[in-house]
Design a protein around this ligand. Sequence first.
Ligand code: SF4
Length: 761
Amino acid sequence: MDKVEGQDGEHLSVGAPKTWAAGLPGVRHALSYALSQTSPRRTALTLLNLNQATGLDCPGCAWPEPGRRHVNEYCENGAKHVTDEATTRRVTREFFREHPVSELAGRSDQWLNQQGRLTEPMVKRPGADHYEPIGWDDALGLLAAELRGLDDPDRALFYTSGRLGNEAAFLLQLFARAYGTNNLPDCSNMCHESSGVALIDTLGVGKGSVSLDDIHDADLVFVVGQNPGTNHPRMLSALEQTKRSGGSVVAVNPLPEAGLLRFKNPQKARGIVGRGTPIADQFLQIRPGGDLALFQALNLLLLQAEDERPGTVLDHAFIERHTTGFAEFARHVREVAWADVLAATGLSREEIERVHARVLASEKIIVCWAMGLTQHKHGVATIKEIVNFLLLRGNVGKPGAGVCPVRGHSNVQGDRTMGIWERPPRAFLDALEREFGFTPPHKHGLDTVGAIQAMLDGRAQVFLGVGGNFVRATPDSEVTERAMRSCRLTAHISTKLNRSHTVCGQTALILPTLGRSDRDVQAGGEQFVTVEDSMSQVHASRGRLHPASDLLLSEVAIISRLARLVLGDRPDIPWETFEDDYGTVRDRISRVVPGFEDFNARVAEPGGFRLPNPVSERVFRTPSGRAVFSRNPFARLEAPPGHLILQTLRAHDQWNTIPYAGDDRYRGIRHGRRVVLVNPDDLAELGIAERSLVDLVGVWHDGVERRAPAFTVVAYPTARGSAAAYYPETNVLVPLDSVADHSNTPTSKAVVIRLEPAGQG
Ligand code: SF4
């Protein structure tokens, strides 16, 4: 490793990217982080409970647990994440007395997180520069008075991160709708909204259709625009099993990520002492945004193969019986020009034809994807083209085949099922009305981008964030921060300190809550919450640790108490009973949300139950009752000469907006997050020296200069013409109105930038 002086006093080290993931180093790093946060006893208590059938659901991501569980059924990142929450460090009233908000606003995300768990409600009053303690009654009374004082319920925003359990999510949407608004923006708006829109349009359900067993049984799994080694590490165990059962894996990504190459499974002896399992049989290093062209080319090759050997390639019986739009789709695809495909993808025809040969040899195919697809302007169209690809050979609704959008936040899918959605379906609202006896609003609410715009122009004045770190997770950071500062009141229900507490409205509240690892005892006894994973398995999660402070309330309790203060006591919505006994919330869910019948009894089973997915039965709830072939024109994603297409991404030592360290082990980066990874040939062409200090300057049609200063250039094998750098530091470059068509998801994987010598702006 050679060392150079980085910025912010960091000593950046750059080594070769790793060619395998996990193994013993993963275990070592997990334990060392855990022990830096808490005692060996609390570490053991937490980890032995993690992802067990009657234990705590890992909040790290939404990847499902297998039926038969290992005693250590978690990954490095899950272990870090849960022990980060179990930390014994505390943020007290003395801390806030010592640190003014203006000082905290200058601290890094990592520093803020490392201060520990929040311990009591705090308020920052208008004009003040310090948070001060406030009792729960007064804190919730202040928030309730602001909400009651608004002349229109649509001036309030109720944001959620996908970590909220089902019970609290159901109560939050119930409260917001009883109050009178559908303003329920969530983190899904920024990640898998494109998946939901595309899958609802084509298959009738906005979720994945496969189970873990399907992944194990598939002949061929595509992993597209996704870095499972860092973002869903136990997906590698599933892919390892696919490989050991004779299946193959094709990885499609602009960067050759370690977890896509080889996996050393730390739960197996062969993963500790052996060379591990190669994951990708073929790796396609695609240009950012080239995936739509790739799948269209694969579809063209399938149509041509069928022309050559009629009746042997396509599943005609499936197409005729279950789909619509095939003829128009086929006509469109036959017009695709190879020159355009190769320009858009940056791949060779030979590479694509090799994939095609694998497709022809496979009866059961699954396509998995994540934000590398969804956060593009044509993210919805890309996913629809993937559906076309699967429909052609009947790879939907049969074992070992289907669609698999892989979600990041642990209950992001469940929260949407519970009604956290700014555009709720009519049937859901009708069911709410029947159950609770009020008429919910039918006007669509604001999504995340819409919420920021509404704060900016003064339409929204009160912001309640349940979990998450809104100002760091969202695009166009400077604009978003201005939006938050313009609110009358911002309130955050949080476990730990983050930047969203320091960029606040005139009045700001911190409402500290139990973490998922904490024991939750209410008047009705010890409670548990439930979650739904990426594959629609619903199960219980129980914390075992003594809470970080006696002054914490659960999310269910905070929402229920706030709702009572705002709406008053009413017999049709018994908030107090909900707070005392979460089973009563589940009873209501079972009567409102299809698939949750007999919820309490079924979730009492270890491992819970799987929600029905009509797609897996080949039932398509589209207007035609059939799966829909679609036509999806593609265009090459181009940057002007001298510019690059930047994708924002996570480092390995990071969870969402929170870096645990300044390292990115798998990519060979240590002690530095302000780095930009660029292909060495592009650097030569641009005349930029490796390790030089540059500003990243965004280019957008509004002419506004968006600048992320002082990044060190690192030569890295990214796809030609592209660059990569970590979020949240680079969110400042993502224009608020640069969004995916139809889903409004920010295009964080396609930001046009130029590199300028640092300090010239
Ligand atoms: S794969 Fe995801 S859910 Fe599983 S232990 Fe790792 S972070 Fe947690």
